[in-house]
Every structure is written in structure tokens, then in C-alpha cells.
Design a protein around this ligand. Structure first.
Ligand code: PEP
Length: 257
């Protein structure tokens, strides 16, 4: 039996200012009955500008919701205008940081080398990377989805030790399912998540493979979360659009509609 605690992480993308962030986290914590809720670890990933406000609320009200950022620089400090480092995120009490999200790969041309450098930067500062991998529609239609996702995993984990690898989270996010309403079937999600776990066993060992949490992401909603969570190699969800609706996100955290 798996000892992996499910993780539901909300990627707010570029939505909500710091006041709206406070309102959303308050609503979410209330609806979740935060102090007693134990079914999953719940994380929010707001824009950088909201993090300090979310930190103050979470610390002040002793909420169990954890938080993180949507990206980080591969560098720790220096002349990198516009960048935010892992040092800064750690200081703000972040637990997680997404790395290699398909929107970063697509709009900012992030390749496997940069994703790898960001994974290493996160680990240097004890942040847990949520490493996103997943294929586009053409690759899926050509049947290359598993090879593509495994290739991204291999590329992102170069120079990551077994001890470090145990702590990371991997998110399988087929690009054709992100923000499209086109959710992968539970079997599709299991197929790739299972293959990713198998690859972790090959790259490291079975202990690492069974420790790593693997999430599914792509148009997750309260209506489809139960089927996804029933898969043996799916340990949670990375939720985009539905994560900025407190009622819907809380239902997802409860695995129900
Ligand atoms: C995401 O942004 O990681 C995501 C999965 O988005 P959505 O749930 O909106 O498809």
C-alpha cells in the first residue's frame, strides 16, 4: 500500500492580486475546515506578488495550506533583471515551486537544460520542485507521449541525487489537456504516471520510485477528480483554472463533486 500523501496543488497562473489572494485563501481554508482536513496536502501557487500576503495569512491563522511559486531563476542572486531566486522564495516560507510548466516551455522557450538548472536551484534551497512534463497533441497522436514525457524527466533530473529525487513531485500534464476542458482519461493518466514511476526506478531505485508523488494535471475539475485519484500511480493533481474558484477547488481537494 502506498504511503504517499496525496497532493492537490492550485496553479493560479497570472491571476489575482494580493488582496484577492487573501480572500481566496480565507474562503478556501474555511470551506476546507483547514484544521481538520487530512485527506490531502493542499498547496496554492499564486503569482510572486501575492506570496508575502499569503505567507502572512497562513502564518497568522496557522493554516495547514502550504504555498509556493510558479517559477524560479536558476541563479541565486545577481544581475538578472526581473528574476526571482530560490533564496527569496525560501525566505518567504515557500514549500513548492513549479518548474518546466508547459506555458514556460512554450512562451519562454525553456528547454530541458534550463529546467534541469531550475530543479537544482530549487533543491539547493530546500524547495520542492513540482516538475511538469507532458506531450503536445501532435506527439500524442503519433503515439510518442510516453517517450516524450520520459525524455523530459531524464533531462530535468540530471545531477539530481537519489536522496534529492525522493523529495521531488512530478506532474504529468499533457499540453493538449491544459486549459482546454479536454481531460485525459484516468487510464491515459495512469499509463504515463506509471511509466514515469518505472523510469524513476530505473534512474535511481525502487525506493525513490515509490517515494515520489506523481500528479496529473490538465482540466481537472470536481467532476473528474475521483476517477483520476483512483489510479494507483496518480498521487494528486496540479489544478489550473479550477483552482481560483474556492468552492470548486475545495471539492477537488475532497476528491468529489
Ligand atoms: C495547469 O496550469 O497546470 C493546468 C493543469 O491548468 P488547467 O487545470 O486549467 O488545465
Amino acid at each position: 500500500m502506498s504511503v504517499r500523501k496525496p497532493l492537490i496543488a492550485g496553479n493560479w497562473k497570472m491571476n489575482l492580486n494580493h488582496l484577492e489572494a487573501i480572500a481566496l485563501v480565507q474562503k478556501m481554508a474555511f470551506a476546507l475546515n483547514d484544521k481538520d482536513f487530512d485527506r490531502a496536502e493542499v498547496a496554492v501557487l499564486p503569482p510572486f506578488t501575492d506570496l508575502r500576503s499569503v505567507q502572512t495569512l497562513v502564518d497568522g491563522d496557522k493554516l495547514r495550506i502550504v504555498y509556493g511559486a510558479q517559477d524560479l531563476s536558476p541563479h541565486d542572486a545577481g544581475a538578472y533583471t526581473g528574476e526571482i531566486s530560490g533564496v527569496m522564495l525560501a525566505k518567504l516560507g515557500c514549500t513548492f515551486v513549479t518548474v518546466g510548466h508547459s506555458e514556460r516551455r512554450q512562451y519562454h522557450r525553456e528547454d530541458d537544460d534550463l529546467v534541469n538548472a531550475k530543479v537544482l536551484a530549487a533543491l539547493r534551497h530546500s524547495l520542492t520542485p513540482i516538475l511538469c512534463v507532458g506531450e503536445g497533441l501532435e506527439v500524442r497522436q503519433a503515439g510518442g507521449h510516453i517517450a516524450h514525457s520520459l525524455g523530459q524527466l531524464d533531462g530535468a533530473l540530471r545531477k539530481v541525487t537519489a536522496e534529492q529525487a525522493k523529495s521531488i513531485v512530478v506532474a504529468y500534464e499533457p499540453v493538449w489537456a491544459i486549459g482546454t476542458g479536454e481531460v485525459a482519461t484516468p487510464d491515459d493518466a495512469q499509463e504515463v504516471c506509471g511509466a514515469l514511476r518505472q523510469r524513476l526506478a530505473e534512474l535511481y531505485d525502487p525506493e525513490v520510485a515509490s517515494a515520489v508523488r506523481i500528479l496529473y494535471g490538465g482540466s481537472v475539475k470536481s467532476a473528474n477528480i475521483a476517477g483520476i485519484m483512483a489510479q494507483p500511480d496518480v498521487d494528486g493533481a496540479l489544478v489550473g483554472g479550477a483552482s481560483i474558484d474556492a468552492g470548486e477547488f475545495v471539492k477537488i481537494c475532497r476528491f468529489s463533486d
